[in-house]
Write a protein of this length. Structure first.
Length: 480
């Protein structure tokens, strides 16, 4: 009050004095309430800010994390520009759907968005108490959904397969070994929880044992995370986990091929439930868009097992379509032609660049190829020690953007599970009857009616240097 009085006496502007009084009394009126809001939301803001991208903040937006007094005051625009808080990330699509008040409207929205499995929404299965306890103790979500098939002359072929999503667990300027061990420690808890829920196959996210540092274009220290796909530290750890839990483990890593001039690859290693290495597949398509500077580190996979291999495991036939490969329909088709029943899509992708595509692509692939797809994406914002630019005339930055998680499972019958959170670590499990793959093939005949030899002729012709597009022009057309 003394400050306001002195300011009024010494100011030559009555308008300034009036505004000053208005501002401070407005503050005082709601001060107690603001303090309560700040204390109550402080932990939430800390967690949200840790997963935000500073590069996407709009100065003109009023962050909802601001105290209500500043949001409503005449100085709200100035306060918004002064705030260091980003608007909170949406938790998930599912959290939005839950807010639909009418039960029938809520059901219709889910039916349209998620489809139906055997006449009903994909059911949420009960997660065993032991699995739930592990997840709760270590602060990650765990959900399980059930996909059924019709009664068949064959016995049910039920299997449980899972994918994980997580943020990094140590600062990116920590020693490489410390970062790896921190991630392996988290994954051990995730695998333990999945095993307690009866999971048979689990797939980790792309480059699961490192930050997604390829945006930086720096070689060191990031190439120090690369390891041999047969003898690497992370792979040996995965072998121990697989044998311990009788579980197939798909481990996507940055591979260093010691036998071929120590070349780097983006590789998924498939480890059998006995702890043996079944094989590996490499990323077929490398992005050249935005900050996805991966071609600086590795090239397209060289088909180490003949091209789009299917791994015939104890619990089903699986394929791996790493990240950017999901944008290529023929990539998905190749896995289907090779007999895959489940295709994993371990990914690392951010915000506005790809989020509109994310809920669509895996589901379309499952429909077109009559198999299950499990797509997973990391969460959080990974900040790096040195600034980098994106070649887009925007200021240099230290983070890639917000990895939005939202991992989910899609079924060949066009149904899909809800997704995991956009901001929280988690494990999602599908309890599925693989008989559904053949039943959908029989019902829709998509593979049977494909013109594969004709497609092959077209692709062969397209690959020729003499190719000319088959365009039929309207002879009556006039130039405008």
């Amino acid at each position: 009050i003394k400050f306001v009085y002195v300011f009024m006496i010494n100011t030559t502007s009555k308008i300034s004095a009036i505004l000053c009084v208005f501002f401070f009394f407005f503050q005082a009126e709601d001060g107690i309430r603001d303090a309560q809001e700040s204390r109550g939301l402080g932990d939430v803001y800390k967690r949200q800010v840790s997963t935000q991208s500073t590069g996407d903040r709009d100065a003109h937006m009023i962050p909802s994390a601001l105290p209500r007094t500043l949001r409503a005051s005449p100085f709200r625009h100035l306060a918004a520009r002064m705030s260091t808080q980003a608007p909170p990330e949406c938790h998930s699509l599912e959290s939005v759907l839950e807010k639909i008040p009418d039960e029938q409207d809520r059901y219709d929205a889910r039916r349209i968005i998620y489809g139906l499995n055997q006449g009903g929404l994909v059911g949420k299965a009960e997660v065993p108490a032991a699995a739930r306890t592990i997840a709760d103790q270590h602060g990650f979500d765990i959900d399980m959904y059930k996909f059924d098939a019709a009664d068949d002359v064959r016995p049910p072929r039920r299997t449980k397969f899972a994918v994980t999503q997580n943020e990094i667990k140590a600062p990116t300027d920590a020693p490489v070994g410390k970062q790896i061990d921190a991630l392996l420690d988290w994954h051990e808890k995730a695998v333990d929880a999945a095993a307690a829920a009866g999971t048979n196959i689990i797939c980790f996210q792309e480059a699961f044992n490192m930050p997604f540092a390829f945006c930086t274009r720096e070689k060191l220290p990031w190439t120090g995370f690369a390891e041999c796909a047969e003898t690497g530290h992370s792979i040996q750890w995965c072998q121990e986990m697989a044998a311990k839990h009788n579980m197939v483990v798909v481990a996507p890593i940055l591979e260093r091929d010691d036998s071929h001039a120590e070349t780097l690859w983006n590789t998924a290693v498939v480890i059998g439930n006995n702890g043996n290495i079944i094989g590996k597949d490499r990323k077929v398509h490398i992005p050249r868009v935005g900050d996805f500077n991966e071609s600086t580190y590795y090239m397209e996979g060289d088909f180490p097992m003949g091209g789009w291999p299917t791994f015939d495991t104890q619990f089903g036939k699986i394929g791996i379509n790493i990240c950017y490969g999901r944008h290529h329909p023929l990539n998905w088709m190749a896995h289907g032609l090779n007999g895959a029943e489940i295709v994993f899509n371990p990914s690392a992708t951010v915000g506005a660049l790809s989020e509109p595509m994310w809920p669509i692509e895996a589901r379309c692939a499952a429909i077109a190829n009559s198999y299950f797809v499990a797509g997973n994406n990391r969460v959080g914002t990974e900040s790096f020690p040195n600034e980098f630019t994106s070649g887009d005339k925007k200021p240099a930055k230290r983070d890639f953007g917000h990895f939005y998680g939202s991992s989910y499972v899609a079924s060949p019958d066009a149904s899909r599970s809800p997704g995991l959170s956009r901001v929280q670590d988690g494990v999602i499990i599908a309890d599925a009857d693989l008989n559904l793959c053949r039943q959908i093939r029989d019902a829709w005949g998509i593979q049977m009616t494909g013109r594969h030899s004709d497609y092959a002729d077209l692709l062969d012709w397209y690959s020729s240097p003499n190719f000319e597009p088959n365009i039929v022009s309207d002879p009556s057309r006039r130039d405008l």
